[in-house]
Design a protein around this ligand. Structure first.
Ligand code: FAD
Length: 460
C-alpha cells in the first residue's frame, strides 16, 4: 500500500532539502527521496568541498607570505591528504546538520532512487524493496551531471570529472583543465597554489565566459602570475591516455602531456532519468520547463534547481525550492532572477550581481558606473589584499542600481550590499550616503557608488 504525504520531494540537494524543510515549516507532511547523500552535489561534491580545499590552499599561501607581515615561518609544506581529510570532516559535519534539521521538521527521508509514475505518484527503489509514495504535490529536484564528451577517454583515474578530483588521492604534478568557467578556474587556483603545473583551456575567447570584461582581465593576469598557463580560444582536439599520463592535442597545434585531465565543461540537467519524461513532464533545451511559480506541465508537479537549467547555482536552487514549497503549501510566490549573485572563489575572488555591461547594452540600457580600487582602501592595504576593485552600475537616466562587480578580498560577501540595491531597486546615492564603518572593505562599495558622479573622496 502506498504511503501518503502532502508533498514528496525527489532529490536531497540544496534545492530539495531546503524545499522539504520549508514545506514542513508551512505545515505539510513531507517525504524526501535521496539516492546518494543528503546535501546533493553542493555539499558532497561541489560548493563545500571545493571551498574547504581552497581554504587549505589559502592557508598555505598565507603561510608563504607571512614574512611580508613580519612573521617568520619556516618549513611550510602542503599535506595534500590532510587537506582532503579536513574537507571530509567539514562535509560530514554539514551533512549531519542537514539530517538533523530534516528530523527536527519531521521530514521522512527515504534512501533510494525515486521515479515519477504520474502526478502525485512516486516509486522508490530502496535497498529493501520498492516503496510507493502518494502525495497531492511533488517537487522534482534531481539536479545535474557533468558533461563528459564521448570522444574523450574518461576513465576516472587520469581523465576525471570534479567528482573524482574531489575524492582525494595524490596531488597530480601536472593537470590540464578543460573549461574555464567558475569550477575550472577554482580548480586551477587550487592546484597551482599547491605547486602543480596547470594548463587551463577554454574554447571561448575568454575565461569566465559572460563575466565582466575588466574582472576577467584582472583574474587572467593574476592566474598567469600564479603560474597557470591560460589558453583561451583553444579547443581540445583529442586526448590519449598512455599509462599514467594523458596526451592532449590542442587546436593551437601543441600537445600537452599531464598526469591528469580534469573535465570542467559544465553540467547537464538530469532530465532523462527519474521517470520525468515518461510521466509527461515537458522538457526543452535539455531542462525541465517551469513557469515563474516553478510549476511543470504536469498538474501538482514542480521542478527546481539544476534540473530546470538557467543558473546552475546552489543558492538559486534553494530559492527555487522555497518558491516551489511555498506554492505547494498554497502560497503565491514567483521567482525573480534580477539579483542573482555569481561568485568565483579564485584568488582574487570575482563576484557579480545583476546585469553585466554587455547585457545592459543588449537591452539598450544606458549605464553610468562608478569604480573604486582596493589599492585606495586602508583596510585592503592593511590586510595585504590591495588588488581588484568594486564597480557599481546604474541606469543612467534614473540612477537605479542594476548591477555590480567586486574583484578582490571578501568579494563574495561584499557583493551582497549591491545585491540588496538591485533587489530593492534603489539608487546609487543610497549606497553613497549610507555611513560605512571605518576601516572596512565595505567602504569601497560606498566609494564606488560615490564614483558614479565622480565624487569618490579617496580615488581620483
Ligand atoms: C565542483 C563544483 C563546485 C561548485 N561550486 C559551487 C559554488 O561555489 N556555489 C554555487 O552556488 N554552486 C556551486 N556548484 C553548483 C551546485 O553544486 C549546484 O548548482 C547545486 O548542487 C544544485 O542543487 P540541486 O538541488 O538542484 O541539485 P543537486 O545538488 O545535484 O542534488 C540533486 C540530488 O538529487 C539526487 N537524485 C537524483 N536523481 C534522483 C532520484 N531519481 N531519486 C533520488 N534522488 C535523486 C542526487 O543524488 C542529488 O543528491 C558547484 C558544482 C560543482 C560540481
Amino acid at each position: 500500500m502506498a504511503q501518503r504525504f502532502d508533498l514528496t520531494v525527489v532529490g536531497g540537494g540544496p534545492g530539495g532539502y531546503v524545499a522539504a524543510i520549508r514545506a514542513a515549516q508551512l505545515g505539510l507532511t513531507v517525504a524526501l527521496v535521496e539516492r546518494e547523500e543528503l546535501g546533493g552535489v553542493c555539499l558532497n561534491r561541489g560548493c563545500i568541498p571545493t571551498k574547504a580545499l581552497l581554504a587549505s590552499a589559502g592557508a598555505l599561501t598565507a603561510a608563504k607570505r607571512a614574512e611580508e607581515f613580519g612573521v617568520r615561518v619556516t618549513g611550510v609544506e602542503a599535506d595534500f591528504p590532510a587537506m582532503f581529510e579536513r574537507k571530509d570532516r567539514v562535509v560530514e559535519r554539514l551533512r549531519g546538520g542537514v539530517s538533523t534539521l530534516l528530523k527536527k521538521r519531521k521530514v521522512e527521508v527515504f534512501s533510494g532512487t525515486g521515479s515519477l509514475e504520474g502526478p502525485g505518484a512516486v516509486k522508490v527503489e530502496t535497498g529493501e524493496g520498492v516503496v510507493e509514495l502518494e502525495s497531492e504535490r511533488t517537487i522534482l529536484a534531481t539536479g545535474s551531471s557533468p558533461i563528459v564528451p564521448g570522444a574523450f577517454p574518461f576513465d576516472g583515474r587520469v581523465v576525471v570529472t570534479t567528482r573524482e578530483a574531489l575524492a582525494g588521492g595524490e596531488l597530480p604534478q601536472s593537470v590540464l583543465i578543460i573549461g574555464a568557467g567558475a569550477v575550472g578556474c577554482e580548480f586551477a587556483g587550487f592546484y597551482s597554489a599547491l605547486g602543480a603545473s596547470v594548463t587551463l583551456v577554454e574554447m571561448l575567447p575568454e575565461i569566465l565566459p559572460g563575466e565582466d570584461a575588466s574582472a576577467v582581465r584582472l583574474l587572467k593576469a593574476a592566474m598567469k602570475r600564479q603560474g597557470v598557463d591560460v589558453r583561451a580560444e583553444t579547443k581540445v582536439e583529442s586526448i590519449e591516455v598512455a599509462g599514467d599520463e594523458a596526451r592532449t592535442v590542442l587546436s593551437d597545434g601543441e600537445t600537452v602531456t599531464t598526469a591528469r585531465v580534469l573535465l570542467a565543461m559544465g553540467r547537464r540537467p538530469n532530465v532523462h532519468e527519474s521517470g520525468i519524461t515518461d510521466a509527461g513532464v515537458d522538457v526543452a533545451n535539455g531542462a525541465v520547463v517551469v513557469d515563474s511559480h516553478m510549476r511543470t506541465s504536469l498538474d501538482g508537479v514542480y521542478a527546481i534547481g539544476d534540473l530546470v537549467g538557467g543558473w546552475l547555482l546552489a543558492h538559486v536552487a534553494s530559492r527555487e525550492g522555497i518558491v516551489a514549497a511555498s506554492n505547494a503549501a498554497g502560497r503565491d510566490l514567483e521567482m525573480d532572477y534580477r539579483a542573482v549573485p555569481r561568485c568565483t572563489f579564485t584568488s582574487p575572488v570575482v563576484a557579480s550581481v545583476g546585469l553585466t555591461e554587455k547585457e545592459a547594452a543588449d537591452e539598450g540600457l544606458e549605464l553610468s558606473s562608478g569604480r573604486f580600487p582596493f589599492a585606495a582602501s586602508g583596510k585592503a592595504l592593511a590586510e595585504g589584499a590591495a588588488g581588484g576593485f568594486v564597480k557599481v552600475m546604474c541606469e543612467a537616466s534614473s540612477g537605479r542600481v542594476v548591477g555590480g562587480v567586486v574583484v578582490g578580498p571578501h568579494a563574495s560577501d561584499l557583493v551582497h550590499e549591491i545585491s540588496l540595491a538591485v533587489e530593492v531597486g534603489f539608487g546609487f546615492d543610497r549606497l553613497a550616503n549610507m555611513i560605512h564603518a571605518h576601516p572596512t572593505l565595505s567602504e569601497c562599495v560606498m566609494e564606488a557608488a560615490e564614483a558614479v558622479e565622480g565624487m569618490s573622496v579617496h580615488s581620483g
